[in-house]
Design a protein around this ligand. Structure first.
Ligand SMILES: *Cc1c(COP(=O)(O)O)cnc(C)c1O
Length: 403
């Protein structure tokens, strides 16, 4: 049996992204067929013959031999994600953070260096300081706006460059093609945390990135009820290395979780369209408010990396931030706590709107955050936009000191 899954995909009809989120080529079971990928639960996988059992490990990539290494349900989700990413292979991981760790540990060895943008997802900093450093791997942070100037940092010992665009709190858009070109010319692989955009809005692999990684806990699953990650690649060798590393580390995903993600993926396109539209409407409206110093949204002229966003992205999503005027500081907590519809929470990309509050970005090291006011990061869900405006309007009025 061939282990090359890209072969069959090359023969498949070519659809647009919205369709690829839905295509299900599942097999009929005893003549039964539905539109839904079944939940194939398994720890033990059974074999028809002694020979099949003894050779079970030959097909690590696509075969089935232990629930931890894949079931038809996880493979079906991997295939759909590959289709929207323009990838040949996708591997699911127990979380987005697990995906970041897997890529990094598969690529970087002790004595080598890995580059992260200074606006990187915060848990990565913890992984870098408490894990990579102890292994003798040097994490190095760089200015997310470095673009092609990243080449100054690309010494012989750099084994991997991470990009995260836009950053999930400060929203700077990185010049990924410029970074890719600098790294590729030195043979250094690039990994993208594409969680904000998803492949519906930005396609890292089309821009020469080697690993496109998502926390599918966010938009892809989309209902705030599962934790899961995914990594998509074009290259068979990278894929093999990821599968082997995942096996060594004991990473796997339950069919039940994959099934919920398949269900969420079917509405990804309409959810993103709606969240994008409402978020843009709210972001424009918020710029008028006297307590708001600036609204950070990639679609705004003057936003850091706006031109790059227009050039490279297919659109926006529903996550953006605002920086409050420093004088509003004493009233931030009472204003945010007064919100009724919008809940306080960090994990975004669901159907419900959530807000997170940051007192600056003190962990940044090479590109310090200079704005003084509190940062409010919003993830706009699927509520009616006028209801969201009313909720925000009442809360923001509490930021203004009574005269
Ligand atoms: C949430 C998130 C992660 C981590 O994903 P988990 O699934 O929560 O482990 C990584 N990167 C970004 C940008 C995220 O928002």
């Amino acid at each position: 049996m061939s282990t090359e899954s890209s072969g069959s995909q090359a023969d498949a009809p070519c659809y647009q992204d919205e369709t690829n989120c839905l295509v299900n080529e599942g097999d009929a079971v005893n003549g039964f067929r539905s539109l839904v990928t079944p939940v194939y639960r398994a720890s033990t996988v059974v074999f028809p013959t002694v020979e099949a059992y003894q050779n079970r490990q030959q097909d690590l990539l696509n075969g089935y031999w232990y629930g931890l290494y894949g079931t038809p349900t996880t493979r079906a989700l991997e295939q759909r994600l590959s289709a929207i990413e323009g990838a040949n292979h996708t591997i699911l991981t127990p979380s987005g953070m697990a995906a970041i760790a897997l890529i990094t540990l598969a690529e970087v060895k002790p004595g080598q260096r890995v580059l992260f943008p200074d606006n990187v997802y915060d848990a990565v900093r913890f992984f870098a300081a408490n894990y990579l450093q102890q292994m003798g791997i040097t994490p190095q942070f760089y200015d997310p706006m470095a673009g092609g100037q990243i080449e100054d940092l690309l010494t012989e010992d750099v084994a991997l460059v991470w990009v995260e665009s836009p950053g999930s709190i400060s929203l700077e858009v990185q010049d990924v093609p410029a970074i890719v070109s600098a790294a590729r010319s030195r043979g250094i692989p690039i990994a993208a945390d594409n969680t904000w955009a998803t492949a519906m809005r930005f396609k890292p692999l089309h821009h020469g990135v080697h690993y496109s990684m998502n926390s599918a806990s966010k938009y892809i699953s989309g209902h705030s009820d599962v934790v899961i990650g995914a990594i998509s690649v074009r290259d068979k060798e990278l894929y093999t290395r990821l599968r082997q590393s995942a096996r060594s580390l004991g990473y796997g995903v339950a069919a039940d979780v994959a099934s919920l993600v398949i269900r969420g993926l079917e509405t990804l396109s309409v959810r993103l369209d709606q969240s994008e539209r409402s978020a843009l409407d709210l972001a424009r409206w918020l710029t008028e408010h006297e307590a708001i110093e600036t609204v950070l949204h990639p679609a705004f002229e003057g936003h850091e990396g706006h031109a790059v966003w227009k050039r490279d992205f297919l659109g926006a999503t529903g996550v953006f931030s605002m920086v409050l005027a420093p004088w509003a500081e004493p009233f931030v907590a009472r204003a945010v706590e007064s919100l009724k519809l919008i809940k306080i929470g960090a994990s975004w990309g669901g159907t419900h709107s959530v807000i997170a509050v940051y007192n600056g970005l003190p962990n940044r090291t090479v590109a310090p955050w200079s704005r003084k006011g509190a940062i409010l990061r919003l993830s706009i869900g699927l509520e009616n936009v006028d209801d969201l405006k009313k909720d925000l309007s009442a809360a923001l009025s509490l930021l203004i000191p009574r005269r």
